[in-house]
Design a protein around this ligand. Structure first.
Ligand SMILES: CSCCC(=O)C(=O)COP(=O)(O)O
Ligand SMILES: [Mg+2]
Length: 231
């Protein structure tokens, strides 16, 4: 059986800078108007209610919810409600051509080669599944979504939690040793390894000034790009 590859996005397939310097500022700028325009849309309301619950449940109005969400963007909080709303917002930015998604050239080449060789490819990111589809559907290298068999977000659990990887294995109906997880975050790899997955730390110089070596790799295989990852 060909090994299945599960990949993170930010810092792994795509630069941290694209997320932090392009996507997040766009969401920060557009959020207040978006919430005003879509306050009665049940899909938007659902996620705003999740934010309200996080604040204790009392209704202080949408302005407070927007201010909270902006604080969460600034703190890079990986909250499912924020990520879902960001996904809705980014749709317009991609459609208007305000930006195209960055994917490292080595990642594009490797993903295409693994796909051609019959390796099932999946994504697991804190970005919502719709945001993941948008990102891979609008890359500077074109639409890469046909390469992927599926997408997972924090609806399966947080990326540093072992149970999330067990949930993904259940969804894929695969034994853990058939899946390789690629990420730039060692705590995510630790959780995946505890669930039995193979792991590779992606340690890109463009994203991390200092190489993670020795103890800092937590014993995970390490690669500075997708070149040379043996699957
Ligand atoms: C796919 S949407 C943009 C990325 C994002 O919002 C994010 O939080 C990325 O986190 P990751 O788990 O891919 O490191
Ligand atoms: Mg990452």
């Amino acid at each position: 059986m060909k090994k299945t590859i599960l990949t993170d996005i930010e810092g792994t397939t795509s630069s941290i800078s694209f997320v932090k310097d392009v996507l997040f500022p766009y969401a920060r700028r557009e959020l207040p108007g978006f919430v005003r325009e879509h306050a009665d849309d049940p899909k938007v309301r659902h996620w705003l209610e999740q934010v309200q619950l996080e604040l204790g449940g009392e209704d202080f109005g949408d302005d407070l919810l927007v201010a909270t969400l902006i604080d969460w963007i600034d703190a890079d909080r990986k909250h499912t409600a924020l990520k879902a709303l960001q996904g809705m917002l980014w749709k317009r930015g991609y459609a208007d051509g305000d930006y195209a998604a960055h994917v490292y050239a080595d990642a594009v080449t490797a993903l295409q080669a693994w796909y051609a060789a019959g390796h099932p490819l999946y994504v697991y990111s804190s970005g919502s599944v719709p945001a993941q589809r948008l990102l891979f559907g609008h890359t500077t290298a074109g639409d890469l979504t046909p390469l992927f068999s599926g997408f997972f977000d924090t609806e399966v659990g947080g990326k540093r939690e072992v149970r999330s990887y067990r949930n993904i294995l259940d969804a894929l109906a695969l034994p853990a040793d058939q899946v390789i997880f690629l990420s730039d975050v060692v705590e995510e790899l630790d959780a995946a390894r505890e669930a039995g997955l193979d792991t590779v730390l992606i340690d890109r110089r463009e994203d991390y000034a200092e190489p993670r070596l020795g103890e800092a790799t937590h014993g995970h295989a390490r690669s500075v790009s997708f070149d040379g990852i043996v699957v």
